[in-house]
Design a protein around this ligand. Structure first.
Ligand code: ADP
Ligand code: MG
Length: 395
């Protein structure tokens, strides 16, 4: 559970409240003014509306894209004003006197949005002076940017040194779902871990082995585990320098009595394309010129049976190359099985959330995290600096 104060625990009426949101939304490549998913904006509305209704003066801020790209938050301001049915002026220069004057003259219930914090190099450097100036616009700081909470940047961590700081409702919801799902789950707890690399999931696997009853492995990391057990994996993606780590994880799973299930069959192909030749084979016996790109039909059934028995299912990492429809079957079947299950279903990880969204099943999950990196770090058992910096709840 979140042991930090939230907007409910503080007086906000009449105050200038600086709110860090995660408005790092995907934009259309052809038309950079077009937002392709407004999920992150929609998820921030609960906190914003609460503050408006409580009579706060709401000063929103966020990053968008990478430092140096200088993307404007103008499309976000537009979408926000549609969703809030309210004018949301975009203040173009965070550090200008004009911006200072604007916020000093806001009325209760007004909302404005500061331009992209990553237009300033000081943001990622967590520069103290920049943090102080940003903080000087508000009288209270609310962090609701779960997707950025794993970063100690000026607008997520730096400002907390200068203002009383509490969490918003989205952070509260994400922590309740992800932390609750892993550390206080309805059992049995089944985790599905896929994705491309063992190396990026070692910490997740290690942490989950202490928590789960069952661990289902999919994705490319399968083949590092299979190779560690002496199988022939053909041209599948293998991290040879992680074979020892894979062996250790297998050993730990046995010691901890975790049901550790690797795929029993694989959809292998001679190329990573829509027109490749494919065959179903054992992951231990993949022909030299083929590579494993999805779980096979028997594995899908096996995983579905485990999902059906679960009290809680946590999923991080697609089980195949879901971007290519020929290798998306396993990922879609897992998503369907989770959607149909009565278990608490939690999706963490950017690509996994994208896969569920693409399948149109987001609404049928208990929780789809808005934070890829942040949810991964929580599953690794790490503390998130943007949350740690907030005020502790009174005992
Ligand atoms: P998440 O963002 O949910 O944490 P990852 O970033 O770890 O997930 O992994 C997603 C990527 O893993 C996808 O781009 C997918 O194509 C890739 N992937 C899954 N299975 C395989 C495979 N068998 N071979 C190569 N890449 C794979
Ligand atoms: Mg990813």
């Amino acid at each position: 559970m979140l042991n930090k104060k939230t907007v409910r625990d503080v007086q906000v009426s009449g105050k200038r409240v600086l709110v860090r949101c995660d408005f790092n939304v995907p934009l259309d490549k052809e038309n950079p003014n077009k937002i392709t998913s407004d999920k992150r904006i929609v998820e921030s509305l609960k906190t914003i509306n609460y503050l408006i209704n409580a009579g706060a003066r709401v000063i929103l801020c966020s990053h968008l894209g990478k430092t140096g790209q200088n993307k404007s938050l103008a499309p976000v301001a537009k979408r926000l004003s549609e969703l809030l049915e309210k004018d949301v002026p975009l203040l173009k220069d965070i550090l200008s006197q004009e911006t200072k004057d604007f916020v000093m003259n806001m009325n209760d219930g007004d909302v404005c949005l500061l331009e992209n914090t990553r237009m300033y190099e000081e943001e990622e450097a967590n520069d103290a002076e920049f943090s102080r100036k940003l903080a000087s616009l508000g009288e209270l700081f609310v962090n609701d940017a779960f997707g950025s909470a794993h970063r100690a940047h000026a607008s997520t961590e730096g400002v907390t040194h200068y203002l009383p700081s509490v969490a918003g409702f989205l952070i509260e919801k994400e922590i309740a779902a992800l932390d609750g799902g892993i550390n206080n789950p309805k059992r049995p707890l089944v985790a599905i871990v896929g994705g491309s690399k063992v190396s990026s999931k070692i910490a997740v696997l290690t942490n989950l082995l202490d928590k789960v009853d069952t661990l289902l492995i999919g994705g490319a990391m399968t083949y590092t585990f299979v190779k560690a057990q002496g199988g022939n994996v053909g041209r599948s993606l293998v991290e040879d320098d992680k074979i020892d780590v894979a062996k250790e994880i297998l050993k730990k799973a046995e010691e901890k009595n975790v049901k550790f299930i690797l795929p029993v069959d694989t959809m292998a192909a001679d190329d990573m394309t829509e027109v490749a030749n494919v065959m179903v084979c054992e992951p231990y016996d993949i022909p030299d010129d083929y590579m494993g790109l999805d779980i096979g039909p028997k594995t899908i059934e096996l995983f579905k049976a485990e999902i059906a028995l679960a009290g809680t299912v946590v999923w991080n990492g697609p089980v195949g190359v879901f971007e290519i429809s020929k290798f998306a079957t396993g990922t879609n079947e897992i998503a369907n099985a989770m959607a149909q299950s009565d278990a608490v279903t939690i999706i963490g990880g950017g690509d996994s959330a994208a896969a569920v969204e693409k399948a149109g099943l987001s609404d049928q999950m208990s929780h789809v995290s808005t934070g890829g990196g942040a949810s991964l770090e929580l599953m690794e058992g790490k503390k998130l600096p943007g949350i740690e910096a907030l005020e502790d709840k009174d005992e």
